[in-house]
Design a protein around this ligand. Structure first.
Ligand code: MG
Length: 415
């Protein structure tokens, strides 16, 4: 085999000869944990904090991304010292590069961090970079991200509202159902026509009572509304899950999310083989197309719910969605962070034919400063649909004062 030519340009380097006039190299990359301490850590909403990745080009244009993972740990990953060719500092890998060849950059980052990265947290960190690169290149070109992803796959964009009044924490089932019902009304008022009822009731209810609660939820919602149900990893026993879903077959449930433990791939397959009339969803925690492939090939779920700010950014999500689409599987992305992830999900939904719906955590339904103040844009939803997001890039504004106020100081001092 011929030895590689060390002087040959790396494929991700772009090349000056063909650079368009709008191109500008990456001047700086920052990972900024933003912490508000406003959401109860004993509950299940992770929006008390985020970690912003800010990529600035030589012309001063800025692209933003975030990761749905511990901010401090993502920051440490992105700032780690070079150790060897498979454990490199991601920020140094980016600085000075043309940001345009995004997929090649993603692959270089993946290979350059494969020892500590590969799945899980390292990929969550690369997700933030990948989204920030799309935002930046969109701004350089004056184009919305969904056009960088290939253009419109659909005219009407359909978000679904997640309805979660928090964990029971001492509340009774009727109190939980009333809280959910009030949020249903608010979601419909905001224009949603698709909602997800989170039934994270665990020991508060038997499986029979859970069926009654979901039937009651459907009754309060009415039958015109698309209804999804999130079970929050309730069962360790696919037979118990199957018996419950069988009792819900006539409720027109669009999706049963997270019925089993996330790593119970074979249990998901057995469940998916037995349930009639309700799609089975999973993989909201997954990172990379390789992990998602297991959910398609082995778990045989109907819907992948990977998150753009965790699975590997737009680059990896498009690969995941292409694989899913070729195997008759849908992708409905999870998205629980700030307006950055919300905007990213909107662009992805706009651009991929396998994504018929997307999760949109409206700040009015999930009040937290990270959601309502860090990005100020609130898309209008009418009769269940929203407009294509504006560009350039993600088409959102970040409130830099908010970020400065809530920037987490480093442990042990320094900035
Ligand atoms: Mg979920």
């Amino acid at each position: 085999m011929e030895a590689p030519d060390a002087s040959a340009p790396r494929p991700s380097d772009g090349g000056d000869a063909t650079r368009p006039p709008t191109a500008s190299r990456i001047a700086s990359v920052e990972a900024i944990p933003v912490v508000t301490h406003t959401v109860d850590a004993s509950d299940l909403d992770g929006s008390a904090e985020t970690v912003l990745v800010r990529i600035t080009d030589e012309a001063g244009r800025v692209g933003h991304g975030e990761a749905d993972a511990s901010g401090e740990v993502v920051q440490a990953f992105l700032e780690m010292a070079d150790l060897h060719a498979w454990s490199l500092n991601p920020i140094d890998l980016l600085t000075g590069r043309d940001p345009f060849p995004i997929r090649a950059i993603y692959d270089a980052l993946y290979e350059g961090t494969i020892y500590p990265g590969r799945r899980g947290l390292g990929i969550h960190a690369l997700s933030a970079i990948d989204v920030a690169l799309h935002d930046l290149v969109g701004k350089q070109l004056g184009r919305p991200v969904f056009e960088l992803l290939g253009g419109r796959a659909r005219e009407a964009l359909t978000p679904y509202a997640t309805i979660f009044p928090g964990l029971p924490n001492g509340r009774t089932l009727p109190e939980m159902l009333d809280a959910i019902s009030a949020l249903f009304d608010q979601a419909l008022e905001l224009g949603f026509r698709a909602v997800k009822m989170e039934v994270l009731f665990y020991d508060l209810v038997t499986d029979r009572e859970l069926v009654d609660a979901i039937v009651e939820g459907r009754r309060r919602l009415g039958h015109e509304i698309t209804m999804l149900v999130d079970f929050g990893y309730r069962w360790h026993d696919w037979r118990a899950a199957e018996a419950t879903l069988a009792r819900l077959e006539d409720q027109d449930i669009w999706l049963a999310e997270a019925p089993l433990q996330d790593d119970d791939i074979d249990g998901h397959r057995r469940l998916a083989e037995h349930v009639r009339g309700i799609r089975i969803g999973g993989a909201e925690i997954a990172a990379t197309r390789f992990e998602c492939r297991e959910w398609v090939d082995r778990a045989r779920v109907d819907v992948l719910q990977a998150d753009i700010s965790r699975a590997g950014g737009f680059t990896e999500m498009m690969r995941i969605a292409d694989y899913a689409h070729a195997h008759g599987v849908l992708v409905v992305p999870h998205g629980w962070k700030s307006g950055i992830t919300a905007a990213a999900s909107t662009h992805f939904h706009a651009a991929h034919v396998a994504c018929p719906l997307f999760e949109f955590l409206h700040p009015d339904l999930f009040p937290s400063p990270i959601r309502s103040e860090m990005t100020t844009d609130r898309p209008v939803i009418r009769d269940g649909v929203m407009e294509h997001p504006p560009g350039p890039g993600l088409g959102i504004e970040i409130d830099d004062d908010f970020v400065a106020r809530h920037r987490q100081p480093r442990r042990g001092g320094g900035s």
